[in-house]
Design a protein around this ligand. Structure first.
Ligand code: NAD
Ligand code: TDX
Length: 352
């Protein structure tokens, strides 16, 4: 059994689905079901007794202690977080609470639990912390990509809270010996991503005929990785990563935002032509995000060299799959936008 936190969110749900499709080991899924958590993402697991869902908060120490003692997971894979940069600008408190205090609570519970294990179980135990490339700060156009030794220079409340959590994880290893692993991944995209993030927002707005907002001049650069490739990287690091190490995960795919939006518009023109004209007509330049990092780029050579991990998707294949998924799952988008999935949740999980 592994304990996954945040397994009803975008990456966490993809990870749980991927794990149960590829591994023969049950998952205990702890998620607070914030606006970003959605059990509909896991609907295909209905009736699968290898998936145990717990509706709860990672800041609840009593709950986490009880889950560890009752279920005895051999690893914790920690995805739960507040994850959206724009929300962190408008309301940083929730980010400090979940990302810093929540990670601290998990680390303390894990330390207590791990300390009570026998020698063999303790040696096999892992705490895998899922983090982001944003902790490294912003790159200029000619700067080399982030390596694992790059100094942390977080610029948003989100990235500062993730950086703080990374530091706590590091310290719990160096001070207490907790067997931790950290991954720092670039921007993910794929099925089940909440339509507040650039790619799903662009698809959803285009299909609804709404403006496609581009912050600033649209030349900010991100490295994009298909979510399934992030999941395989996390699995590899959990299985074979060296304890105490951090691993950068990325797709070697840097793109300016305006190019991403144009690619999506082109795919939609091909797959769902709009009689009103090309979707790119909806592109609208808007006020920039405060403190907007200019460029992120990941040097993923360490995970490639040490663990033999490689992304399976190119951006061309991954973005086509993603656009197709959103076209085939417009009801999912409508539900998360309207909050209808809360009703679904109450119907299906009221008694648990
Ligand atoms: P998400 O916002 O889609 O999902 C977060 C999940 O955590 C939700 O299910 C939510 O209900 C849950 N959650 C939030 N607060 C909680 C709490 N206090 N207790 C329990 N559960 C709680 O996020 P995501 O995009 O899937 O990101 C997952 C992780 O990966 C995060 O740690 C994020 O920092 C990291 N990450 C994300 C990206 C990306 O591009 N999305 C890239 C690199 C790293
Ligand atoms: O409407 C938009 N218009 C726009 O130009 C939105 C929502 C975004 N953008 C820009 C801002 C960024 O340069 O697009 C880029 C991507 O924005 P987001 O999708 O908000 O992602 P980002 O801020 O890069 O952070 C994401 O990647 C790293 C995730 O939200 C984080 O959780 C992850 O750690």
């Amino acid at each position: 059994m592994i304990l996954v936190t945040g397994g009803a969110g975008f990456i966490g749900a993809n990870f749980v689905l991927d794990w149960l499709a590829t591994q023969d080991e049950p998952v205990l899924n702890l998620d607070a079901l914030t606006y970003a958590g959605n059990l509909e993402n896991l609907a295909t697991l209905a009736g699968d007794d290898r998936h145990h869902f717990i509706h709860g908060d990672i800041c609840d120490r009593t709950l986490v202690d009880r889950l560890l003692a009752e279920h005895r997971p051999r690893a914790i894979v920690h995805f739960a977080a507040e994850s959206h940069v724009d929300r962190s600008i408008h309301g940083p408190g929730a980010f400090v609470r979940t990302n810093v205090e929540g990670t601290f609570t998990l680390l303390e519970a894990a330390r207590g639990w791990w300390g009570s294990l026998g020698v063999e179980e303790a040696a096999a135990f892992r705490f895998l912390h899922v983090s982001t490339d944003e902790v490294y700060g912003s790159l200029g156009p000619e700067d080399p990509a982030f390596t694992e030794t790059k100094a942390y220079e977080p610029n948003s409340p989100y990235s500062a809270s993730k950086a703080a959590s990374d530091h706590l994880v590091r310290a719990w290893h160096h001070t207490y010996g907790l067997p931790v692993l950290t991954t720092n991944c670039s921007n993910n995209y794929g099925p089940y991503q909440f339509p507040e993030k650039l790619i799903p927002l662009t698809i959803a707005n285009a299909l609804a005929g709404r403006p496609l907002p581009i912050y600033g001049d649209g030349r900010n650069v991100r490295d994009w990785l298909y979510v399934g490739d992030h999941c395989s990287a996390v699995r590899e690091v959990l299985a074979r990563g060296r304890v105490g190490e951090t691993y950068n995960v990325g797709g070697w795919n840097e793109q300016p935002n305006i190019d991403i939006v144009n690619i999506i518009c082109g795919l939609l023109d091909e797959l769902r032509p709009d009689p009103a004209g090309p979707y790119a007509r909806l592109i609208t330049f808007v006020k920039d995000r405060p403190g907007h990092d200019r460029r992120y780029a990941i040097d993923a050579r360490k995970i490639e060299r040490e663990l033999g991990w490689r992304p399976a998707e190119t951006f061309a294949t991954g973005i086509r799959r993603t656009v197709q998924w959103y076209l085939e799952n417009q009801a999912w988008v409508e539900n998360v936008q309207s909050g209808a999935y809360r009703a679904w949740l109450e119907r299906n999980y009221a008694s648990r």
